[in-house]
Design a protein around this ligand. Structure first.
Ligand code: BTN
Length: 334
């Protein structure tokens, strides 16, 4: 975690408590030992154990006899990430929240506060997760991955769409490595499995003309949800719903950190060409798909016709004119 905790961040000592349990699965640890090792009172240990239980962490026992953890919990705590992220920058500074409004909001705040590139904000739950176009992102507790990376790219704001495409490719690859599921990418930011939304990317930035001061790439992945609220039910899915088994969010987050750092470094060194070609290969929406575009007040049907050099999408209307979509929504036309 970063040296400077911010409001609402998980108390490092709770994280240490969990790490102590995780390192001693099935072993009874006395309340006194825990209190000594973590540096808090025994009553605080008791309170924190109750807190962990409310997060479905299975801790048996009580202050007198000691506590035992039955299963290493799948929480996204930095000191449970093993092996530690190997890269240079990403995941070195992790701010963990049991609950926050939006990891993107927090990461923007950290951007203004001067935190370095690669800083990561993760939450078990978001109360106001942000989606594109002012929508909300359903962020059920301890079921999905809600993660925001702070970047300081040497790019013009006009090239920012490339970052969203890159993050989509990284998330798709992390999911593939962990589960074998190969998601489709719907320009610019959706990961789809069997036509339903598995994840989304939201890039926000602080910029001036010609220069990005910093960007925040928020990644939401539906991992272990078993259902969604009614209004999302027909459009959303999770890895668990697609594969009929649970998946480790912690392992998936580790893969995501490593994949995104590697992809971002390659992009910084080599430029946009590889992102554009990889996205074109990974996305059934990049070229030749009949879609309805809704872009602000515009709505029309056309056929996708590849990407612009900065990652925007070309769509050929039926009168053959080409429209470049800046920030619209795409829906496949059957
Ligand atoms: C979308 O598909 O509309 C984008 C969804 C992005 C959701 C993620 S969850 C982590 C990060 N924090 C947020 O508030 N939003 C993004």
């Amino acid at each position: 975690m970063s040296a400077e905790p911010i409001a609402g961040t998980t108390d490092r000592r709770i994280a240490s408590l969990l790490a102590l349990f995780a390192n001693n699965p099935m072993i009874v640890i006395s309340g006194a030992r825990i209190a000594r090792e973590i540096g808090v009172s025994r009553s605080t240990v008791w309170r924190w154990v109750e807190r962990l239980r409310s997060l479905e962490v299975k801790v048996k026992g009580h202050p007198r006899s000691g506590y035992v953890i039955e299963k290493v919990p799948d929480l996204l705590l930095p000191n449970l990430l093993r092996p530690r992220p190997r890269g240079n920058e990403f995941g070195k500074h992790i701010h963990h929240f049991f609950k926050t409004d939006s990891t993107n909001r927090v990461a923007m705040e950290l951007g203004f506060a001067g935190e370095p590139q690669g800083t990561l904000v993760v939450a078990e739950e978001q109360s106001a997760g942000r989606g594109r176009a002012g929508r909300t992102w359903h962020s059920e507790r301890a079921s999905g991955i809600y993660a925001s990376f702070l970047l300081r790219p040497k790019l013009s704001p006009a090239d920012a769409p490339l970052i969203t495409l890159l993050a989509g490719l990284s998330a798709r690859e992390a999911v593939r490595q962990q589960t074998g599921c190969l998601a489709d990418l719907r320009w610019p930011n959706d990961l789809l499995l069997n036509g339903k939304k598995l994840g989304g990317i939201l890039t926000e930035m602080h910029a001036e003309p010609g220069r990005i001061h910093f960007a925040v790439v928020g990644i939401g992945l539906n991992v272990n949800q078993t259902r969604f609220p009614e209004k999302l039910a027909s459009a959303a899915t999770s890895l668990r719903m697609e594969t009929s088994r649970m998946h480790s969010r912690l392992e998936l987050l580790l893969r995501l950190i490593q994949q995104f750092e590697g992809d971002y470094d390659r992009f910084s060194a080599r430029g946009a060409a590889s992102i554009l070609s990889e996205f074109a290969a990974a996305s059934s929406f990049a070229e030749g798909k009949r879609v309805r575009i809704t872009d602000g007040s515009e709505s029309f049907i056309g056929t996708t016709a590849g990407l612009e050099p900065n990652g925007l999408l070309r769509v050929r209307r039926d009168d053959r004119s080409v429209y470049v979509v800046v920030s619209g929504d795409l829906a496949e036309v059957p």
